[in-house]
Write a protein that binds this ligand. Structure first.
Ligand code: NAD
Length: 432
């Protein structure tokens, strides 16, 4: 089928490459000319496992352009995958979605399904429809559907091609059949559940999923804090509760709080959506507060390990919001670095792929070229991102190159006994 994807970010680019991989002809549109130029030259603008491989293998079925009108005119479905960031007041900023809807309305040449891929508040499809009609679209020429995306940065290609489920929300049988056909190569063997819902339910599913995952993280962080106070061990507690099939182990990893471009803004937006319908979703307020507190508690931990902060040399491992990605948006690691700089620390930091994005913050950081370089001469080393390579450091070497062998681990990557054996003073989350 012929598809258009508007927005070549973490979602649009992965979706486009995966749609091409399953046989569709895909036109990818972005209004950032540099991004389009890079993609046209065969460069991949983000770090995502397998994405460069798909982009080069299926290049013949992909077109990259800045011209939305041409892309829409020839497509049977248009996926809107532009950003929906926090507007500064806790609501999703839908101006990018609206701008696309206006442009798409004027470019329709045949019946087209307009698909919300971006994460949007419930009832957004009605606003898209209204905007398109106001901009001259013929109501018989289009339907609006919701097809929320559940990929995780770091494993996005795998998540897209082998998802837990695909959600299609629309009241139009015609739109549903187009979407079923698009996903047929993924769903045909019956292993992937295709869930068909109303458009409102599909929109809500995405916000509710992300808010629930954020809640799981805040919950386990709170339990980890109680473990520290009561002398229990969060690893043992997680094993004990995660083996309950009703609970499961996933997302029960204590740390420095959730971050990234989705959970913080989606939890806030879901709270605002509920409030706009007169429902006070108090639990989400607490989830967000716990997340902020977790970062502050980690800073206290650093402070108690070092006594005073001014003038201390801190090595930092990790700037991305999690391992496997170069995405630093709302990264707790960047927030911790900023707070330590304000306290007068010197920061030498390393991340395997996120340093270019981190440099855009314009902070006064020394960028190290390896984990060991970051640790050399440090008064303490912080582990802030769960990159695999940070879990496999040579501890004897670490001990010998640091001024003081102190490691404060916000990701619980090491066994405390292993650290003790190496002579390193080790602080982690929720463990003795
Ligand atoms: P992103 O910022 O990486 O990408 C958005 C892209 O849209 C950018 O390249 C931008 O230049 C482009 N764009 C903006 N306005 C445009 C316009 N008018 N025309 C053409 N291009 C335009 O964002 P993302 O991380 O890919 O997220 C996109 C949406 O998907 C958001 O709603 C997000 O919440 C949701 N989502 C993200 C993830 C994730 O892990 N990143 C997962 C699921 C859902």
């Amino acid at each position: 089928m012929k598809l258009a994807i508007i927005g070549c970010g973490y979602v649009g680019l992965v979706a486009g490459a995966c749609f091409a991989a399953i046989g569709h002809e895909v036109t990818l549109v972005d209004n950032d000319p540099n991004k389009i130029a890079d993609l046209q030259c065969g460069q991949c603008p983000i770090h995502e496992q397998w994405l460069p491989n798909l982009l080069s293998m299926h290049r013949s079925r992909m077109t990259f352009t800045g011209c939305l009108e041409d892309a829409v005119a020839q497509s049977q479905a248009v996926f809107i995958a532009v950003g929906t960031p926090d507007d500064g007041n806790g609501n999703a900023d839908l101006s990018y979605v609206e701008a696309v809807a206006r442009q798409v309305a004027k470019a329709l040449k045949q019946y087209t399904v307009i698909v919300e891929k971006s994460t949007v508040p419930v009832q957004t499809s009605a606003h898209i429809r209204e905007t398109m009609l106001r901009n001259g679209a013929d109501p018989t020429m289009f339907d609006v559907a919701s097809n929320p995306e559940f990929l995780k940065e770091g494993t996005a290609v795998n998540d897209f091609l082998y998802p837990d489920r695909i959600v299609i929300g629309t009241s139009s049988p015609r739109a549903a059949s187009v979407l079923r056909e698009i996903y047929h190569p993924i769903t045909h063997n019956g292993e992937v559940l295709l869930i068909e819902t109303s458009v409102e339910s599909a929109e809500l599913i995405k916000h509710a999923s992300n808010a629930f995952l954020a809640m799981k993280i805040s919950f386990i962080n709170a339990v980890a804090n109680i473990c520290e106070l009561a002398g229990a061990n969060i690893d043992q507690v997680v094993k004990g509760i995660g083996t309950d099939s009703r609970i499961g182990h996933q997302f029960l990893k204590p740390g420095i709080g959730y971050g990234g471009s989705c959970f913080p803004k989606d939890t806030k937006a879901f709270y605002s959506v509920a409030a706009s319908y007169g429902y006070d979703f108090r639990m989400l307020k607490e989830v967000m507060q716990l997340n902020d507190d977790q970062l502050t508690m980690f800073l206290h931990k650093i402070c108690s390990a070092l006594w005073t902060l001014r003038g201390k040399k801190i090595g930092v491992l990790g700037m991305a919001f999690k391992g496997g990605t170069d995405d630093t948006r709302e990264s707790p690691a960047m927030a911790i670095i900023e707070r330590l700089l304000k306290e007068g620390c010197t920061i030498k930091a390393y991340d395997p792929v996120a340093m270019e994005k981190a440099k855009q913050y314009g902070l006064n950081i020394i960028y190290a070229d390896s984990a060991y370089h970051a640790a050399t001469g440090a008064d303490a080393l912080l582990i802030l991102t769960d990159w695999h390579e940070f879990a496999e450091l040579d501890l004897q070497r670490l001990h010998s190159i640091m001024d003081y062998p102190i490691v404060v681990d916000g990701r619980n990557l090491y066994d405390p006994q292993q650290m003790e054996k190496a002579g390193i003073k080790y602080y982690s989350v929720g463990r003795p």
